[in-house]
Design a protein around this ligand. Structure first.
Ligand SMILES: [Zn+2]
Ligand SMILES: [Zn+2]
Length: 386
């Protein structure tokens, strides 16, 4: 299956915007997950949406044509291409899964111009998806290890409940906008060095609605949108790393003209704590062993992120040596298996000795032929006392 956006929609490279939209409607109706039985319908549908999003945006289409599919997709993932929904978020999708419902209604609205708002025709306003919103969430290492359900609270733009997003009371008087005669768009003629240029833009008086109302909604002042606090439940998948974002579909800003809501992107920060260091899916930890343990070898208990395990320290281990405990690191995000735990051994030098230990160590040094000047002639004093 080709990935190329033109192939996905089945249009030629010089297709007009109208042709692209027509092709999109046909493909979307055929492959929408709610109506298609194909196993990969959802994947397919996302590709179709993405293709339409890029190819109907003049600037993005230009970039896409210039860069080619692979480079454009890479840049898009990094958020390097022009604004609009979908720029951020990277490869992580659908963690919340909250957006399942309403999908079919969404394309319905796209087909039929977002009816149901009682916004008389004429305006020519297309339904537009709302903005993506971003927020952050800090979790600890255990939550990242096991996966968790967390709550995020944010203040976000929400459709005004008082006016159902219309921006005016239902009984407000309506008149056709005199500036655009209800078209929602105005033509402006500009004098440029190259001659007269005619431009079409959204009517500034009615903001594209084609209608004027005698009264604005008292709660939203006519915007149809208010800011409200919302608390959402987020599924954190096991293995998530700092800086990765989870996408909750349809939890972003309200759409315009009946368009669907944008998405909410939640950037996760994992607070690893003091004990471990994290390196991708691997963890690192320091473990103290005594001098005799390092010399003779021993089995030591190592506290991992999920309980303690036994680790063999071989005879002759040097301070700073690192051992790998395979599969004792973090789980791999949305994959099987776990990273490793690297245990760096530090041989601890005792800060004080009892008499017995002292004698044994001195004997050890002497046996090895070492001549140590202990604490300024300690050995000399020792000898003279005999
Ligand atoms: Zn309102
Ligand atoms: Zn107007």
């Amino acid at each position: 299956m080709s990935e190329d956006f033109y192939d996905v929609l089945g249009v030629s490279r010089d297709a007009s915007e109208e042709e692209i939209k027509k092709a999109y409607r046909k493909q979307a109706a055929e492959h929408h997950p709610d109506v298609s039985d194909d196993d990969d319908a959802e994947e397919r549908f996302k590709k179709i949406q993405k293709a339409k999003e890029v190819l109907t945006d003049e600037q993005k289409r230009k970039q896409y044509d210039q860069m080619g599919h692979d480079r454009f997709t890479e840049a898009d993932k990094r958020g390097a291409t022009g604004g609009g929904p979908g720029g951020a978020g990277g490869p992580f999708g659908g963690a919340g899964g909250a957006g399942g419902a309403g999908g079919f209604e969404d394309i319905f609205n796209q087909f039929f111009g977002g009816g149901g708002r009682g916004r008389g025709g004429g305006g020519g306003n297309r339904p537009r998806q709302g903005r993506d919103l971003k927020t952050g969430l800090t979790i600890d290492l255990e939550a990242a290890f096991e996966g968790a359900t967390k709550e995020v609270t944010l203040t976000r733009p929400t459709e005004c409940a008082t006016c159902d997003g219309a921006g005016h009371p239902p009984d407000a008087d309506v008149e056709t906008c005199p500036q655009c005669n209800g078209r929602g768009q105005v033509q402006q003629v500009q004098q440029t060095p190259l001659g007269r240029v005619q431009q079409t833009s959204t009517c500034p008086r009615c903001e594209g609605e084609g209608e004027l109302y005698s009264e604005d909604c008292s709660d939203c002042g006519g915007d149809g949108v208010v800011r409200e606090e919302a608390t959402l439940s987020v599924e954190i998948p096991a293995g998530i790393r700092s800086g990765q974002s989870l996408r909750m579909e349809r939890e972003g800003a309200p759409g315009e003209n009946g368009g669907p809501k944008g998405d909410l992107l939640i950037e996760v920060d994992v607070d690893v704590g003091d004990r471990f260091e994290r390196d991708g899916d691997d963890l690192r930890v320091n473990e103290a062993v005594s001098f005799p343990q390092a010399v003779f070898g021993d089995t030591v208990e190592v506290e991992t992120v999920d309980g303690s395990v036994e680790m063999d320290v071989p005879a002759g281990t040097q301070s700073g040596e690192t051992f790998r405990l395979q599969g004792k690191g973090m789980p791999r995000l949305r994959r099987r298996g776990r990273g490793d735990l690297y245990v760096q051994v530090a041989v601890v030098v005792p800060e004080s000795l009892n008499d017995e230990q002292r004698e044994a160590l001195e004997a050890f040094a002497e046996a090895g032929g070492e001549d140590i000047d202990v604490g300024g002639g300690f050995f000399e004093k020792l000898k003279s006392s005999f």
